[in-house]
Design a protein around this ligand. Structure first.
Ligand SMILES: *[C@@H]1O[C@H](CO)[C@@H](O)[C@H](O)[C@H]1NC(C)=O
Ligand SMILES: *[C@@H]1O[C@H](CO)[C@@H](O)[C@H](O)[C@H]1NC(C)=O
Ligand SMILES: *[C@@H]1O[C@H](CO)[C@@H](O)[C@H](O)[C@H]1NC(C)=O
Ligand SMILES: *[C@@H]1O[C@H](CO)[C@@H](O)[C@H](O)[C@H]1NC(C)=O
Ligand SMILES: *[C@@H]1O[C@H](CO)[C@@H](O)[C@H](O)[C@H]1NC(C)=O
Length: 306
């Protein structure tokens, strides 16, 4: 019992150590910038010194400082350090874009004079994003036959998890999924292709998700049936958004046109009314004037009338 416990403890320790080592690495995503942290304030006491950031293979950056000022800086691939490094001791290395040469790279900072002892050592763990998955559906020719799905995504790292869902909820039956990861030539990136073969009706919705466990990114493609185009989740959302936008714009245009017609009608009616009114007014005026004229012409008769 005791040795077993002891062994378990050792194993746990080992796993823990591994996790810790893993945690000490900085995660970089291919094509994105990354900063490799390094503080070494002890250097600040030196008046005249040079530093070198390097990997096992190449010098990434070389800088010379004199009296707290950078007098020379040479960075491969635009690698850089902070300008006030000789004042703050922040010698963190900034890489503008992580490369996909190797899945893990160790960077070390040395002084130019003594390259046997590193002042900082930082490991960079590289991840690469997978492309949005493409989902193909091949419905069986005959009724009752099986439907085959093919989910493809490319250029990512590490090897992803592939999840299939039938009707947004059910995991596919055991043995129905076959996934192949293919290494791309001259790189460690993967193409992933997963096949699903199931007996389902043609209207059943099937989705495939590519999960990158390093970047925690998930990309989903969904197949709605043989008559619908296959779309990724983002384009799906775009589609819904653009449809909604079209509808809203359409409604707005319709309302605008309707309102304009209404306004035109109202103004026309008003104009007409106004004209009629004016005409009526004029007519009334004329009548009045005529009457007045008549009355002025025959003042006597009026009097007689009264
Ligand atoms: C700084 O050090 C370098 C070599 O480490 C030396 O060649 C150079 O003359 C020094 N400069 C000054 C101003 O001390
Ligand atoms: C150290 O410098 C890097 C850039 O070189 C910067 O991204 C980082 O925030 C700095 N760290 C601190 C604590 O100032
Ligand atoms: C380099 O630095 C290490 C650690 O600080 C020291 O032990 C070693 O003697 C130095 N080597 C030289 C050539 O200065
Ligand atoms: C699917 O249906 C076919 C014919 O109806 C049958 O032969 C096959 O075993 C079924 N496959 C599964 C995975 O149920
Ligand atoms: C990986 O996938 C991409 C895109 O689908 C394709 O162009 C390329 O040929 C694939 N490479 C390999 C080695 O399968």
């Amino acid at each position: 019992m005791a040795p077993r416990l002891w062994r378990t403890g050792l194993l746990l320790c080992f796993i823990h150590a591994c996790l810790c080592l893993e945690e000490e690495c900085v995660l970089g995503v291919v094509g994105r910038p990354v900063s490799l942290p390094c503080f070494y304030p002890d250097l600040l006491t030196s008046v005249n010194y040079s530093i070198v950031w390097r990997t096992d293979e190449e010098v990434v950056l070389r800088a010379r400082f004199q009296r707290n000022k950078s007098v020379e800086e040479l960075g491969a691939n635009s690698a850089s350090i902070s300008e006030d490094a000789p004042l703050t001791g922040n010698f963190s290395l900034t890489l503008p874009a992580v490369e996909s040469k190797a899945p893990k790279v160790t960077y070390s900072l040395f002084t130019l004079e003594n390259q046997s002892a590193a002042l900082c050592t930082v490991c960079l763990r590289v991840a690469a994003r997978f492309s949005r998955p493409q989902l193909q559906r091949e419905d069986a020719e005959m009724d009752g036959g099986e439907t085959a799905f093919l989910c493809h995504s490319s250029g990512g790292f590490p090897e992803p998890r592939v999840h299939w869902l039938i009707n947004d909820s059910d995991a596919p039956p055991e043995g129905s999924v076959r996934t192949v990861a293919e290494s791309l030539p001259d790189s460690y990136l993967y193409n992933i292709t997963s096949h699903l073969t199931v007996n389902i009706s043609s209207s059943t919705r099937v989705s495939c998700t590519i999960e990158n466990l390093s970047t925690m990114e998930r990309e989903t493609a969904t197949s709605y049936g043989p008559f619908n185009p296959v779309m990724g989740k983002a384009s799906d959302a775009m589609w819904i958004f653009s449809t909604a936008l079209c509808a809203v714009v359409g409604i707005m245009v319709a309302v605008g046109v309707g309102y304009q017609i209404h306004l035109d009608r109202v103004s026309k009616r008003k104009k007409k009314d106004f004209q009629q009114h004016q005409r009526g007014y004029r007519r009334r005026n004329m009548v009045k004037e005529e009457r007045e004229e008549l009355e002025t012409m025959k003042p006597d008769s009026k009097e007689t009338d009264v």
